[in-house]
Design a binder for this molecule. Sequence first.
Ligand code: NAD
Length: 355
Amino acid sequence: MRDVFQGIGVPEKDAQICADVLIKADKRGIDSHGIGRLKPIYYDRIVKQKIQQPVTQIEVVRDRLATAVLDGHHGMGMVISTYCMNLAIEKAKKYGLGMVVARNSTHYGIAGYYTLMACQENMIGLTGTNARPSTAPTFGVENMLGTNPLVFGMPTDEEFPFTNDYATSIMQRGKIEQYAREGKDCPPGLVIDRQGNTITDPQKILQALVQGEAALVPIGGIKEETGGHKGYGYATVVEILSAALQQGAFLKQLSGFDPEGNRVPYKLGHFFMAIDIAAFTEIETFKKITGDILRALRNSQKVPGAERIYTCGQKEHLAWLERKDTGIPINEVLQQDIIAMRNELGLRQYQFDFE
Ligand SMILES: NC(=O)c1ccc[n+]([C@@H]2O[C@H](COP(=O)([O-])OP(=O)(O)OC[C@H]3O[C@@H](n4cnc5c(N)ncnc54)[C@H](O)[C@@H]3O)[C@@H](O)[C@H]2O)c1
């Protein structure tokens, strides 16, 4: 992946960061955001659609004691975001809290990557990003909001940190792409058409989302009765924090198309916060109390038939324990993508046992 990024003009150090974010997703079992996205989300956008800059130029727009606003000038979202979280951590070391927001960025991959950066420094991490419009508000059918993840990372005394690494829609696009790659239907109730009826064919959904003819449903579901308004509210929080602190684009302005239908950069916004635990309490005490909370939850009474109760971040840790020995699954569609990129870039040093 690093060689592919370099092959399309990303400088070596930045290519390493981009590959690391995607590989971290695969290591953690997040197949929707790993190597499967290399071609459609990064390679094609740089080489074919020309809406993303391989060389990232970060401009500091505003820098106060604990806060900063950066402009990523449509460079690599992972490079911009790693820079932002490092800066937030640096500020938190000095002031207890650091918050950095980015404008004119591009897709940053798994949000959990950045919260884990904070955890490694014994800090609490928080991040969110806006994204292409895809989610409908409660009682609406129009795709207005992004899948807008709102993610915390908390260090614990266990082998893995807590991180609730997910979208504020029930399903996010990467998972729909994954259903499409696997030739399976999506479960009902997660995507609606303009009449509010559920649709499940992943190819149709992906096409309809771009055309604005389908919308994802926020966490909690279509109705108020099941708490759909709560997911809708959190998605709105992310939209505001991602755009309003940096005078950025929002909602349908993030479609990636101009009014004439030409492809244009997505102009994404992200926010990153690092909170230094040592500014509040002893780090070991925080980790122990957090671990005690998570252990109590996992040890509570299970529903009949359930094997275990999980806490956030645990499944990713279990995936890694398995994948470090077995590797990651690469299905046929992905194999073709990998071969195509290898051939187009002349990376002849790579031969795969699936060709
Ligand atoms: N960059 C973007 O624009 C963007 C947008 C949306 C999502 N994403 C990323 O996509 C990835 C997948 O998102 P998703 O919404 O499909 O996530 P998901 O629905 O697969 O949920 C994963 C999260 O839920 C936790 N989890 C799973 N089962 C659990 C259980 N039974 N009990 C407790 N916790 C449990 C996991 O530990 C993990 O934190 C994430 O990494 C997210 O950051 C990125």
